[in-house]
Ligand binder design. Structure first.
Ligand code: SF4
Length: 296
């Protein structure tokens, strides 16, 4: 239970015990990302991690049953050697008898560095979910934001995770292509990629320029134009219209989104679209934050 620097985790992991396996992100080059700019990447020593798990076990001794979820931070814990991840998973499941969910962020390059067999081994050892920052299905956009992989490579990374049985949360960014023709290309190609990957859940985030990032400097110099709220909603609407996976959960409730929406595509698609249309048709800013959020 020792932490260094700022700790980030997906909203879905709010109730998880966080085990900090790495400091920072092994890649750390995405133009929009501010999370680990001020730390030098390193993997923590396995001995330290086992000590941390034992510390957590002692701290929760009176209510150890409550530990059902663990999130492995920081930005890309899947980059650790598979043997080390297997050791961490074994220690966690031995320490917490009710543990049923262990998740991590998964960078596309680190995921591609693992074979399908390794990912399957991790699933069998109890890695139940990964969060993959897909961001866009457009090669042009992926290159512009220095994601470090092509859409084809992102597809392989996503498919390998799905094939291993690890639940995949794919995250995409509304507005990350900027304004103009690229906006439609970004959304159509993102929908195509998501349709091919077939994740368990699609998380949508809205692009914001955070001080200290390359994107922030690009916006300041007029080299990148952020979308206005109506353009953001048009992209979100187009994305929903082009996704063809009835069993997909959509979660657009990240704090970056002006209009949170959530639901299962086959049950809630029309309600989510109606919610967006209401705002677009009325141009009523008071509707922001009051969109449809189904249950899943
Ligand atoms: S891979 Fe993720 S954590 Fe690393 S720089 Fe890119 S967005 Fe940030």
């Amino acid at each position: 239970m020792r932490y260094e620097g700022n700790i980030y985790r997906p909203p879905q992991e709010a109730d998880a015990y966080i085990l900090q396996c790495t400091i920072g992100c092994s890649y750390n080059k995405c133009t929009y990302c501010s999370m680990y700019k001020d730390v030098r990447y390193r993997a923590r020593d396995i001995g330290e991690l086992i000590e941390d798990i034992q510390m957590a076990k002692r701290a929760y001794v009176t209510n150890i049953q409550k530990i059902e979820k663990v999130f492995l931070s920081d930005g890309d814990a899947i980059s650790l050697p598979t043997s080390m991840l297997l050791e961490i998973l074994a220690e966690l499941y031995s320490a917490f008898p009710n543990l049923s969910h262990v998740s991590t962020y998964a960078g596309p390059q680190s995921t591609l560095s693992k074979t399908e067999e390794e990912l399957t081994q991790l699933r069998q050892a109890g890695l139940t979910m990964t969060y993959l920052g897909v961001e866009s299905g457009s090669d042009e956009v992926l290159s512009m934001i220095r994601k470090g992989v092509s859409a084809e490579e992102m597809l392989v990374a996503g498919r390998n995770i799905v094939a291993s049985g690890i639940k995949l949360v794919a995250m995409v960014m509304i507005g990350i292509g900027g304004r103009g023709e690229i906006s439609q290309t970004h959304i159509k190609e993102t929908a195509t990629l998501i349709n091919q990957i077939k994740p368990y859940l699609l998380g949508t985030l809205t692009t914001v320029a955070i001080e200290g990032t390359v994107l922030y400097r690009q916006v300041a110099k007029g080299e990148f134009n952020l979308l206005d709220p109506y353009e953001v909603l048009k992209e979100m609407k187009m994305l929903l219209e082009h996704i063809e996976l009835p069993a997909l959960y959509i979660d657009g409730t990240h704090a970056s989104n002006l209009l949170p929406i959530k639901g299962l595509l086959k049950d809630d698609k029309l309600k989510m679209l109606a919610s967006i249309n209401k705002y677009l048709d009325n141009k009523d800013e008071s509707l922001i934050g009051k969109a449809y959020c189904g249950r899943f």
